[in-house]
Design a protein around this ligand. Structure first.
Ligand code: AMP
Length: 555
């Protein structure tokens, strides 16, 4: 079992990537490719087109970014060699940061391009020369028509989250942009879903593509033990605090916490030790002896939490594990199944807990489909929950002491105090001291529920961004997406007129309205949402039949 521990440092070496890229991956703490990376990287390196079905969280960014960087010719003159189109500015920033990180040692010049950002900076960067452009279709097309972006040297085009781009009305823009790139280019399309419209784009623009589908139901589900499975949706910034809090409430006897990278393992271990847990990091590079010692401490109860990557935890077999915690949604549903196979052995009770960022909820769905088991979404414990839980632990400790300890020698204390205080008050003081000695009350901030409008919407061609709401629609309010915007000549009064006219709601019932170039968002009472969707989708507004549905990110 130990031989693979000393296999190549990254597990990426077999993929024949440039040494500069391998070095970057090692320093990022990536130990081995995710399934999508293993499948996508070789054909992409060979120059094939690719059609991939994969959601966020699978590692798809590196799957297309690494081959694209591998094929780059540093210091090449001329226009950008690669173009990545993404639906939102948030994703444009994320992807361009990822490309920058992976391509660090190649000196790659990456430019994110989206509206709402001063165009001057983009112009300067484009004039100086850029290798990879990552942009939203609207702004990319804007640069093309200004003559500030020349795509004639592009060798690879990536359409990332293509279904989202279509949903946002970018289909025509994408066609126009592709027409500006050489016919000989390599085209890569990733999409979380594969509706017929995506097939259409693939047929028109991809040449004999390699097809990859992650998390197919066909891949037989393994033996899933009966464990309690739950997930918490938490913004990235609050994950360390949320993990601590969930562990406080779960109070595992022995748990393993899975992280993506070695760096993350170290950070999480530190956080947990700072919170008073006895946590140990398990590293892939540890010798069998060292691993055995850590496992021994877990069995003996002197360590309660192990923090590890998948690679480091390979071959690990602990009978006593009560909890498996996924600090991130695993990059493939199969990895989830494999991880949680470690609890609930031999009819024992077990729990599998997953922390997911809002953008990763799709991956949870894929796991549910594969395992055909439900993952219950839970709320991160509040400060009040935590206080109640800690009081409960103190109560349980007192109860066990009452049942098993010899308490006689303390009677003298009670007797001397009861001359002055009644016995219940004395007991209260004793409980307080016991509670405080066990860690006492929490002095923590509430962890906010993630802002439910997670994604930035695409900006107008004129660079104006739609007015942005910073929070979720209030309780009892639904936000609807209507597929018509300024370009169709839509004005707020048209929407109010159509909704009030068709659904019978009064104008006062209609909440905030945002109109962007391509679509609009309207708030209506939750109780009337379905009725409004039905009514408005059957009508025409400014001569067009609009798509109407609930806004995806405001659930
Ligand atoms: P993505 O699906 O591209 O959004 O990636 C999800 C997360 O996984 C990102 O935070 C990446 O940094 C991380 N990641 C991607 N590939 C690997 C890998 N091979 N090992 C560990 N982490 C990875």
């Amino acid at each position: 079992m130990s031989e693979h521990l000393f296999a190549d440092a990254t597990g990426f070496a077999g993929l024949a990537l440039r040494p500069e890229l391998l070095k970057a991956l090692t320093s990022l703490g990536y130990e081995e490719p995710t399934p999508i990376q293993r499948e996508a990287i070789p054909p992409l390196l060979e120059g094939n087109d690719l059609l991939g079905q994969a959601a966020t969280g699978t590692g798809k960014t590196a799957a297309f970014a690494l081959p694209l960087l591998h094929r780059l010719e540093p210091d090449a003159k001329g226009g950008p060699a690669a173009l990545v189109l993404v639906p939102t500015r948030e994703l444009a920033e994320q992807v361009s940061q990822a490309v920058h990180r992976y391509g660090r040692d190649l000196g790659v010049r990456v430019l994110p391009v989206y509206g709402g950002q001063p165009i001057g900076r983009q112009l300067q960067a484009l004039q100086r020369g850029v290798d990879v452009v990552v942009g939203t279709p609207g702004r990319v097309l804007d640069h093309i028509s200004r003559g500030t972006l020349d795509l004639s040297d592009v060798r690879t085009v990536v359409l990332d989250e293509a279904d989202e781009m279509l949903d946002m009305g970018f289909a025509e823009d994408i066609e126009a942009i592709l027409a500006e790139t050489p016919q000989t280019r390599q085209t890569v399309l990733f999409s979380a879903t594969m509706p017929p419209r995506i097939d259409g784009i693939a047929r028109r623009h991809l040449k004999d593509p390699v097809r990859i589908q992650m998390g197919r139901e066909a891949s037989a589900p393994g033996e899933i033990p009966l464990v309690r499975q739950s997930a918490y949706i938490v913004a990235r910034a609050h994950k360390p605090a949320a993990l601590g809090r969930v562990l406080d409430v779960e109070a595992p006897t022995a748990a393993i916490i899975f992280c993506r990278t070695r760096e993350e393992v170290d950070q999480v271990t530190e956080t947990l030790n700072g919170r008073g847990y006895r946590a140990e990091a398990l590293h892939g590079g540890m010798s069998q002896d060292q691993r055995d010692r850590v496992m021994g401490r877990l069995r003996a109860g002197s360590t309660e939490l192990l923090v590890a990557t998948d690679v480091a935890a390979r071959g690990l077999d602990v009978e006593q594990l009560t909890h498996v915690v996924n600090y991130n949604v695993p990059s493939a549903p199969e990895a989830y199944v494999h991880r949680i196979g470690r609890v609930g052995r031999a009819g024992r009770e077990g729990a599998a807990i997953t922390l997911a960022e809002p953008r990763e909820s799709r991956m949870l769905k894929a796991i549910e489909r594969l395992t055909r088991q439900r993952i219950t979404l839970e709320k991160v414990p509040t400060v009040t929950d935590l206080r109640a839980r800690r009081l409960e632990l103190t109560r349980a400790a007192l109860e066990s002491s009452l049942q098993t300890d010899d308490l006689e020698r303390f009677r003298v204390v009670i007797e001397s105090l009861t001359s002055e205080f009644d016995i219940e008050t004395v007991a209260l003081a004793a409980v307080k001291l016991a509670h405080e000695a066990a860690g006492g009350d929490v002095d923590e901030q509430e962890i906010p529920t993630p802002r439910e409008t997670v994604r930035e919407r695409p900006e107008g061609r004129d660079g104006k961004r739609p007015e942005r709401r910073s929070g979720p629609a209030g309780a009892g309010v639904a936000r609807l997406f209507i597929g018509l915007g300024r370009r169709a000549g839509l004005r707020p009064q048209d929407l109010v007129g159509a909704i009030a006219g068709e659904s019978g709601l009064s104008a006062r019932d209609i909440g905030a309205i945002q109109i962007t170039d391509r679509f609009s968002l309207v708030e209506v009472p939750e109780s009337a949402a379905e009725m409004v969707i039905d009514a408005v989708s059957q009508t025409t507004i400014r001569g067009r039949k609009p798509t109407v549905r609930r806004e995806r990110y405001s659930r």
